[in-house]
Design a protein around this ligand. Structure first.
Ligand code: GDP
Ligand code: IMO
Ligand code: MG
Length: 429
């Protein structure tokens, strides 16, 4: 039995969806534990593309998919995603999709607040996805949220929603001059979601525990990335949940001893969508090359992703913060054709060398990356299925990543398709 957590090691969009879909073949359960539909995870199977925002990426492999208590769920998006998957022939029923009783609902007012705040934030925008993620987590922590378990109380669910919408209408009007939102329409809309989703509401923690006891393999699917973590990321340019592997425990309802491995997904270069410091960002033709060759557009908002060289300072911190036991290096094929590759090995700040990721963005924004250069390769590597199929320069690049992070590379991805992968050491053995 193994329980593996998959996390992003950078600023999201590392290719978690592809790797989770691939590894799901060997799993029995696939569990989302944090974030919401700010995530956009892309799966490409037999040339067909699927983008999942809330449904765990194990769904195409026919696995039991669980949405843990740590996820914030917009029922409008989830019901739409379920319907869209069904029309594409993917079977989704309350038997194979379960939602934690304790997961919080993203309400229409969370989205309105998210957007209004971005317009007026002093100090500038964060560049959120506008999906209501932050305001929903705020209400959760303020003990003012609505949870899936509330759906099961048919006599009070509608009343509870009406009360909250009325309260938020006052806030929206006074703070932002927006609204009011239509109380009756929202109550009616949510009673409709209850029809579809209430049968999926379950005790997710218990399901995982029982499955583990019976020798089942569990895959935990992280969303976002380590440096978007609310505590460890580039605060305040972060998301509102803990994205690191430890949160698989809190966000799914398991103990730390249940986790047997943590796979860090590393894009072979770095990208970021939204605002915030990015030491290795490129503003030249190489950055444009990465953006174009990697089709770097956000899977959720369609925004262009900022691109830059691989940053080993970040990766070393990610290895520590997540307790990484293996790396999956993705999009190695995107670097094909570049004469020289660079990896940032340290930061220079006011003439001093810094080998760890700074805790504050004031320092981070003054960091100058210190690079080492390596030879690139020209050969098409998308057909490589074994490490020996790669040109020696590509193997050298991977070896250097292992040396700089102290974590072995377990998987290399050379294309978006499920099969465009080199498996060196399968996390499920
Ligand atoms: P996630 O949020 O971490 O799941 O990543 P996204 O799906 O948002 O972004 C990753 C993008 O890269 C998607 O369009 C994937 O289809 C694509 N992708 C994943 N792995 C590879 C790879 O090895 N090579 C190439 N060229 N594309 C990849
Ligand atoms: P996946 O799971 C990349 C970024 C947003 C913004 C910041 C805060 O696909 O890797 P939020 O809406 O969460 O309050 O926005 O976080 N962000 C992501 N960037 N990939 C993601 O998810 C992201 N989820 C949030 O762009 O900068
Ligand atoms: Mg994404």
């Amino acid at each position: 039995m193994a329980s593996i957590v998959v996390v992003g090691t950078q600023w999201g969009d590392e290719g978690k969806g592809k790797v989770v879909d691939l590894l799901s073949a060997g799993a029995d359960l696939v569990v989302r534990f944090q974030g919401g539909n700010n995530a956009g995870h892309t799966l490409v199977v037999n040339g067909e593309q699927f983008i999942s925002h809330l449904v765990p990426s194990g769904i195409l492999q026919g696995k039991l998919c669980l949405i843990g208590n740590g996820v914030v769920v917009d029922p409008a998006v989830l019901t739409e995603e379920i319907s869209s998957l069904k029309t594409r022939g993917v079977d989704i029923t309350p038997e194979n999709l379960k939602i934690s009783r304790n997961a919080h609902l993203i309400m229409p007012y969370h989205k309105t607040i998210d957007l209004a705040r971005e317009e007026t934030r002093s100090g500038g925008r964060i560049g959120t996805t506008g999906r209501g993620i932050g305001p929903c987590y705020e209400d959760k922590m303020a003990r003012n949220g609505i949870r899936f378990v509330d759906m099961l109380y048919t006599d009070t669910f509608g009343r509870k929603i009406a009360e909250k919408v009325k309260e938020k209408n006052i806030y929206l009007h006074r703070m932002y001059g927006v609204g009011p939102l239509d109380v009756d329409a929202i109550v009616e809309e949510f009673l409709g979601y209850r029809e579809m989703l209430a049968p999926c509401v379950a005790n997710v923690s218990r399901i995982i525990a029982d499955a583990s006891k019976n020798g089942k393999q569990v895959l935990f699917e992280g969303a976002q990335g380590t440096f978007l973590d609310i505590d460890h990321g580039t605060y305040p340019y972060v998301t509102s949940s803990n994205t690191v592997a430890g949160n698989a425990c809190c966000g799914a309802g398991i103990g730390p001893g249940a986790i047997s491995g943590v796979l860090g997904i590393v894009k072979a270069y770095t990208t970021r969508v939204g605002e915030g410091p990015f030491p290795t960002e490129l503003f030249d033709s190489t950055g444009e090359f990465m953006q174009r060759a990697g089709s770097e557009f956000g899977a959720t908002t369609g925004r262009k992703r900022r691109c830059g060289w691989l940053d080993a300072v970040m990766l070393r911190a990610a290895a520590r913060l997540n307790g990484l036991t293996g790396l999956a290096v993705t999009k190695l094929d995107v670097l094909t054709g570049l004469d020289t590759l660079k990896i940032c090995t340290a930061y220079s700040v006011g003439g001093n060398l810094l080998d760890d990721f700074p805790a504050d963005i004031n320092t981070l924004s003054t960091c100058e990356p210190v690079y080492e250069s390596m030879d690139g390769w020209k050969e098409d590597i998308s057909g490589a299925r074994d490490i020996s199929d790669l040109p020696s320069a590509a193997r050298g690049y991977l070896k250097r990543v292992e040396e700089l992070t102290g974590v072995p590379v377990a998987i290399v991805s050379v294309g978006a398709g499920r099969d465009e992968t080199i498996i060196i050491n399968h996390p499920f053995g």
